[in-house]
Design a protein around this ligand. Structure first.
Ligand SMILES: NC(=O)c1ccc[n+]([C@@H]2O[C@H](COP(=O)([O-])OP(=O)(O)OC[C@H]3O[C@@H](n4cnc5c(N)ncnc54)[C@H](OP(=O)(O)O)[C@@H]3O)[C@@H](O)[C@H]2O)c1
Length: 320
């Protein structure tokens, strides 16, 4: 059973954690810093980073914590953040694509993309692609993309990925789609690492049901209706009863980031429904394993974000 006692010495390693000011990201940053890594904690504002740093510092006075401002809901901002990281950190050993929003009212990113898919998937697709250089420079780098048990409920409706043609906005379906996209991306990235023969691993993890801000942050955003109010109350009541502690919930993604796990693996809690329990191999559903769909999503993501993964192009110009 994986615990924090199993973390290897990460002195000299650089890790980047998105959404590191809250919940699972904060816990992941705390663990990686505790093992000696330099941890670049992305947050949407310096104030949020400062609060997170103040949370870690009392138990780790020497933690090497760095701030980079990142808003995944703006591709310009993603480019700027990646540029800052590339210029300051020639090697990135671990990237944890953790940030996320859930069940928000209908809204769009700065680029006009549907907010949940835009933030959770397209933002991380762009961010990872823009960090390929320092990741590949590190040797045996690890990219961890946080998915969810909700990926099982996700559908890749390629005719209407952003619900532009649907009547009414199904926020739950869109969150599930974004988490399916996260897992498909993680698996496809590993296939592309393999095809290009590069020394890096892409893995995924999910935290079951962990009590964090996730359950209230999205549903409380302006623009929500009755459904969002009811969901907010429901999840506030459920969280302390059903939710795992954030310390336990973060273990799958920490394990995925530091243990000697195979590329393309997926980790989560082992209890009923993978909702809680010790870390083990998690179930990847048929839709997430569909390689043709993953390649299609990849091409759409390149077109949507303008970010290409040139370093993974093979000598024939294609990775497939
Ligand atoms: N908790 C669970 O039960 C559960 C279950 C399955 C999957 N997950 C996944 O776990 C990951 C972490 O979530 P959590 O539970 O730790 O929730 P959380 O406490 O709400 O943390 C989410 C983090 O993402 C950041 N974020 C939100 N929008 C962003 C944006 N546009 N740009 C950059 N960062 C942004 C948040 O920043 P702000 O503080 O500025 O909002 C926060 O740091 C998510 O990917 C989520 O889908 C969680």
């Amino acid at each position: 059973m994986f615990t924090l006692a199993d973390l290897p010495d990460l002195t000299g390693r650089t890790a980047v954690v998105t959404g590191a000011n809250s919940g699972l990201g904060l816990e992941t940053a705390r663990a990686l810093a505790g093992a000696g890594a330099t941890v670049v904690m992305t947050a949407r504002s310096k104030d949020k980073f400062d609060a997170a740093e103040a949370d870690i510092r009392p138990t780790n006075r020497t933690a090497d914590l760095r701030f980079v401002q990142l808003d995944l809901a703006s591709l310009d901002n993603v480019r700027t953040a990646a540029e800052v990281i590339r210029s300051e950190y020639p090697e990135v050993d671990i990237l944890v694509n953790n940030a996320g929003i859930m069940m928000t009212p209908e809204a769009t990113t700065a680029d006009g993309l549907e907010l949940q898919l835009g933030t959770n998937h397209f933002g991380h697709f762009a961010f990872t692609g823009l960090l390929l250089e320092p990741l590949l420079a590190a040797g045996d780098a690890r990219v961890v993309t946080v998915s969810s048990g909700m990926h099982h409920r996700g559908e890749m409706d390629f005719d209407d990925l952003q619900q532009q043609q649907s009547d009414g906005y199904d926020t739950t379906a869109q969150y599930a789609r974004s988490k399916l996209a996260n897992l498909m991306f993680a698996l496809e990235l590993q296939r592309r690492f393999d095809a290009a023969g590069v020394d890096a691993r892409s893995v995924s993890a999910h935290p079951g049901y962990t009590a964090t801000n996730l359950q209230s942050a999205g549903v409380q955003l302006p623009g929500g209706g009755l459904f969002h109010k009811a969901a907010s109350i429901g999840m506030r009541l459920l969280n302390p009863i059903v939710g795992m502690s954030v310390e336990q919930g973060a273990l799958p993604q920490i394990h995925a980031a530091v243990s000697d796990v195979p590329g393309g693996s997926y980790w989560g809690p082992q209890g009923p429904g993978e909702m809680r329990g010790p870390v083990g191999s998690a179930k990847v559903n048929r839709k997430a394993r569909n390689e043709a769909d993953a390649a299609r999503l990849w091409d759409i993501s390149v077109d949507t974000t303008g970010v290409t993964y040139d370093a993974l192009e093979t000598s024939t110009g294609s990775v497939r």
